[in-house]
Structures are given as C-alpha cells and as structure tokens.
Design a protein around this ligand. Structure first.
Ligand code: ZN
Length: 149
C-alpha cells in the first residue's frame, strides 16, 4: 500500500493551489511531491516569480491557515463533480461517489488524500524556493511547527 501522505503538508497543498489559482489564474499544480519535511508543487507557468510575489503567496497561505477554516468533505456523484471540477487527477477506480474536500469557503476540490480538521493545525507555511524552467514553476515549501505567525 502506498505510504500515507502527511495530512498537514497535503492540506497546505490545497491552500497553496487555490492561492496560485487566485493570484495568477494558473491551474492547480499538475504534479506534487508531498513529504513530511519538505514538499514541492509544479505548475504550468510562463515566467519566474519575483521575491515580492513569493512573499505574497506565503502571506496569503498563512492568512488562510491562521483564519482556522474547517476542512470538511462531502460526497457527490461523478456526473455532478464533472460539472464543476477537473477529475483528471483522480485515480480511475475512484467510483461514482466523488469526495469533495473544502477548506472553509476558500477552496473546494475532489480529493482522496488525508487532511487536517482545521487549517490552524497546519502550522506556519514557508516557501523554501521557487524555480522556473521549461514553462514549469516549481515551488518548494516547508511547515514550521506550531501555529502560524
Ligand atoms: Zn486533499
């Protein structure tokens, strides 16, 4: 069986993705490596980020974490989900009941991964680096223990 993803890191990925979508109108990451110590997300992108943009992303993600939004789930049919969401990243064998995971009113997306119950559990979010190459923006991030500052 596949190793269980770290719920704090994976929940941070949800918030980072929605923040990227809102700030840059890019899609959610097309690939992610989520590890307890350090994670990375890759986005289809057209340029590098400025240091100001990187700190804006950090600030927004930490704002959502500090707001302590509940992370909840609901199940809808595949047909319903297909109207609002891109289902390409779900495994083929997911079945007809699709789990939608919501971070307060900030984000909602079909997902099968493990999540924390509310965003404050994630701790402080920090971008370690952001690199741009071949139209791919890679963001590496860490979580500091304890509550967001
Ligand atoms: Zn998830």
């Amino acid at each position: 069986m596949k190793k269980q993803m770290d719920p704090r890191m994976h929940s941070a990925e949800h918030i980072l993705n929605q923040t990227m979508v809102r700030m840059f109108q890019c899609g959610r990451c097309f690939s992610a490596h989520i590890e307890k110590k350090k994670s990375k997300c890759d986005y289809n992108f057209t340029r590098a980020l400025s240091p100001e943009e990187i700190s804006q992303i950090e600030k927004k993600v930490n704002e959502i974490i500090k707001a302590d939004f509940p992370i909840s789930e609901e199940y809808i049919t595949r047909a319903e989900a297909g109207q609002s969401f891109n289902l390409e990243r779900l495994p083929e064998d997911t079945g007809d009941r699709i789990r939608i995971v919501k971070v307060g009113d900030y984000d909602s997306v079909p997902c099968i991964g493990p999540h924390v119950k509310s965003t404050k559990e994630i701790g402080n979010f920090r971008i370690v680096s952001a690199s741009f190459e071949n139209n791919i923006l890679r963001i590496r991030f860490k979580l500091d223990k304890g509550h967001a500052e």
